[in-house]
Structure formats: structure tokens, C-alpha cells
Design a protein around this ligand. Structure first.
Ligand SMILES: *Cc1c(COP(=O)(O)O)cnc(C)c1O
Ligand SMILES: [Zn+2]
Length: 428
């Protein structure tokens, strides 16, 4: 049990470490391969490359289809493949994961595709896939002894951090760009933590957070805890494979902000093959961006390995990261698997939201509109195969971004409460 005095204990300095039990053995630099003990660190001191969690392969091999199926109906059924949350008493969870995999025959028909699925992560506790990363990051924060968690957010991360921190009795400090959608501001503030609106872009907010993280003993989920945070995204990939009956789809289409989710879906599919949880089979990973913030898509088109930062201007605010931390790695995943990246303008994002809603009864936020519209573009460009099984990730809920569609949808008619008025309106 968490001691009730937890919130009055002094926060540990970030350099203090406490080894979480589980399959993780340390951190490894993605660039130079230098290794470090498990700690709240994210940058290699040798080369400034990003750190990633390293695992003991034999420990991972203990995970079987049977052990997963015996686990809870949440993302924590894959705890044997995650770096934190092994002690249920300190695990931070609102029950994220095991969202539905929806067979999208109507949308598939509309797009001329043979077998299309929507993995609908809007069904998570705070209505986006960010609940997965936050559940792992806050579990790690607790294991490292932090009492305050923080983040820089484009909206959905703010919701997820504030909600999980509230339930876990952790202090929270969330920093957002001041121009976020009202729905995302309200649905963060309601949980009662500290919410700071910053006059600037997400990239400005993120830079500020990196500076604060150097000063204060706080667990920034997407700064010093980023290696742990990022691993939570793997569970989205694991679930797709398990829900398809323990096999991999041929194609998956993923919205990109920092590019982290895309790389982790790729990693999840790869791990399942390596561990023998699925028959290894080829799959292609596709990335989706809004044209108003498409640095990864631009690099893909130009054949570059390095992503040039942009200044975002799009209604898809949850994806508006102009300087994506994992952009280069996302390009690697896409190119290695034979996928592609494309981007769509704001009008097509709105059309994408409406198309998914009117064909499948799923109301996605702008990021979902980006993904649906990009799928259409990829098909039109001959970059994605309409004949093979494809999974589209819907990562967030349309109720948080009502402003995107409010100007173009509304009542079919507004009438007086009489049969005559109904008849006159020509509705029947
Ligand atoms: C954060 C987010 C993403 C993608 O995030 P990455 O930084 O690329 O991992 C996708 N969709 C929604 C709705 C998000 O909030
Ligand atoms: Zn390094």
C-alpha cells in the first residue's frame, strides 16, 4: 500500500533512483548505445541522444498468450513487457487500454478497401491514447519516489496527467499553450491540479519544461520520464495484435505529433514476433500529419533522414508539434517497413471527422480526422494497398474538439413544436 504520508514526504532529487522490479534492466542511448541504470533520465551524457528502456530478453520471454489472457482487461495485461507498474500497490491506473477494435466495413467500402479496422482509443478513461503513456510514466514516477508529476502538453496529455495524478494522490503541474481548445482546458482543470497556460507554441512550452525540469524535483512525464512514458504506447500495438486473434495486420495508419506512438507500435509488432506471441509477418507502418504541421511528412517526401522544425498552424492541435523529438526514428520505422507518410489540409481533416462519424458512428477528434483523411490520400496516391488488412488508429474523442466541426454541422431544421411545422419543413 502507498503510505498515506506520501504527499508530505520530501520529493527525491531526480538523481536518486530506486530500481523497479520487472524485465527492464537499464536505459540505453538510441544513438551511441551507451547504457545507464534505470533512473529518471532521458538524455545520453556521452552524445546527447535519447535514452530508451533496455530489457532482459529472457524475462520478456516469460510472457505468453496465456499469461496475457489471465491478466486484467486493461493495458496492464502486458505488464511483463513494460518498465514500471509491477507492484500493483504502487501502480497508477484508471483502467486504460483494451479499447475496442472496430470492424469498419462501411468506411472500407467508401474508400474501396477490403478489410479495414478502427482501433478506437477514444474509449480510454480520459478519452485519448495518452492514458496509456501516463499510466506507465506515473507508475515509474512513484517507484522513483516523486511526489509531483508534470508535463508539457498539446491537450490530451494534460487531461491524462491531471486525472491520473488526482486518483494517485500525486501533485500535478500541467503546462499548455494558451490557445488550446476550451474542451481540453476544462477537462484538465476539473481534476484540480495546477494548470499553467503559456503564451507560446507547444515547442515553447516544451523548452520551458526542460528548463524547469533542471531546477525542480518533478517527474516530467515527457521529459525526464520520457523513456518510461514512451513504452506505454506499445500496448496499443499489442492490443491490435491480440484482438486480431494473435496476428499482425498488413498495414497500420498512425497519427504523428512527436512520432513516438508510431515508433512504439512498430516496436510492439516487432516484439510480438520476436517473442513468438504472433507468427512474424510483414507489416507496413504509415504516418499521418496535418499539413499545417507536417515536418515529418515533408522530410519523408524530400527523402531526408533529418526533420526540419516548422511553426504549427492547424486545427489538429493535439498533433501540433513543430519540432518532433522522434521524427527521425518515425521515418526509420516507416521506411524500414515499406510504409509512407502523408499530410492533409484542415478542410480534409474536417471531412475525415465527418466521414468516420457518418460511416462508422465514431466521433473522432481532429487527430482522427487527420488519420482518416491521410488514409484516403495514401490510397489515392497508390502508396497504401486497398486489398490487404489495414488498422487505422483513432487516438482521441471528438467531444474535446467540437469547434472543428461546429461551423459545418448542425440541426437539419429548426421548427415550431407542431405537426404542421414538421410537415412544412419537408423532413419526411
Ligand atoms: C499525442 C497524440 C498523438 C501522437 O503523439 P506522438 O507524440 O506522436 O506519440 C496522436 N493522437 C492524439 C489524439 C494525441 O493526443
Ligand atoms: Zn549516446
Amino acid at each position: 500500500m502507498t503510505p498515506p504520508t506520501m504527499s508530505v514526504l520530501p520529493a527525491l532529487h531526480p538523481s536518486a533512483t530506486q530500481l523497479p522490479s520487472g524485465p527492464a534492466t537499464g536505459l540505453r542511448c538510441r544513438e551511441c548505445g551507451a547504457t545507464y541504470p534505470l533512473a529518471p533520465e532521458h538524455v545520453c551524457v556521452e552524445c546527447f541522444g535519447p535514452l530508451e528502456v533496455d530489457y532482459d530478453l529472457d524475462a520478456l520471454r516469460r510472457v505468453t498468450r496465456k499469461s496475457v489472457a489471465a491478466g486484467p482487461p486493461s493495458m496492464w495485461r502486458y505488464v511483463g513487457l513494460l518498465p514500471a507498474g509491477h507492484d500493483e500497490a504502487t501502480r497508477v491506473s484508471l483502467g486504460a487500454g483494451m479499447t475496442r477494435l472496430h470492424r469498419a466495413d462501411n468506411l472500407g467500402r467508401e474508400l474501396g478497401m477490403r478489410r479495414l479496422w478502427v482501433k478506437d482509443d477514444s474509449g480510454n478513461p480520459t478519452h485519448s491514447f495518452k492514458d496509456r503513456v501516463v499510466s506507465v510514466a506515473l507508475s515509474a514516477a512513484r517507484e522513483f519516489g516523486f511526489t509531483t508529476v508534470a508535463c508539457a502538453s498539446t491537450g490530451n496529455l494534460a487531461n491524462a496527467v491531471a486525472a491520473h495524478a488526482a486518483q494517485a494522490n500525486l501533485g500535478s503541474v500541467v503546462l499548455i499553450p494558451a490557445d488550446l481548445e476550451a474542451g481540453k482546458v476544462v477537462s484538465t482543470a476539473v481534476y484540480g491540479g495546477t494548470l499553467v497556460a503559456v503564451d507560446g507554441t507547444y515547442d515553447d512550452v516544451n523548452r520551458l519544461c526542460a528548463e524547469i525540469a533542471g531546477e525542480l524535483p518533478w517527474a516530467f512525464v515527457n521529459v525526464n520520464l520520457r523513456p518510461y512514458y514512451a513504452e506505454g504506447s506499445k500496448t496499443l500495438g499489442y492490443e491490435v495484435a491480440e484482438q486480431l486473434g494473435w496476428r499482425l495486420p498488413a498495414q497500420v495508419v498512425v497519427p504523428m505529433a512527436s512520432g513516438s506512438l508510431l515508433t512504439k507500435v512498430d516496436k510492439a509488432f516487432g516484439e510480438f514476433g520476436t517473442l513468438g506471441l504472433v507468427e512474424p509477418s510483414p507489416y507496413a507502418v504509415f504516418g499521418a500529419q496535418a499539413s499545417g504541421c507536417a515536418p515529418i511528412s515533408a522530410a519523408f517526401r524530400a527523402g531526408h533522414d533529418v526533420v526540419t522544425p516548422v511553426r504549427p498552424a492547424t486545427i489538429a492541435k493535439s498533433l501540433a508539434i513543430g519540432n518532433p523529438a522522434d521524427g527521425g526514428y518515425a521515418l526509420d520505422s516507416v521506411r524500414r517497413t515499406g510504409g509512407a507518410v502523408a499530410d492533409v489540409p484542415d478542410e480534409e481533416i474536417v471531412a475525415g471527422i465527418r466521414l468516420l462519424a457518418s460511416t462508422e458512428g465514431i466521433f473522432a477528434e481532429t487527430a482522427g480526422g487527420v488519420t482518416v483523411a491521410t488514409l484516403r490520400r495514401l490510397l489515392d496516391g497508390g502508396l497504401l494497398d486497398p486489398a490487404v488488412e489495414t488498422v487505422l488508429l483513432n487516438t482521441g474523442d471528438g467531444l474535446k474538439t467540437l469547434d472543428a466541426v461546429a461551423p459545418v454541422v448542425g440541426p437539419t431544421a429548426t421548427i415550431a413544436p407542431s405537426l404542421e411545422a414538421f410537415r412544412k419543413a419537408g423532413l419526411a
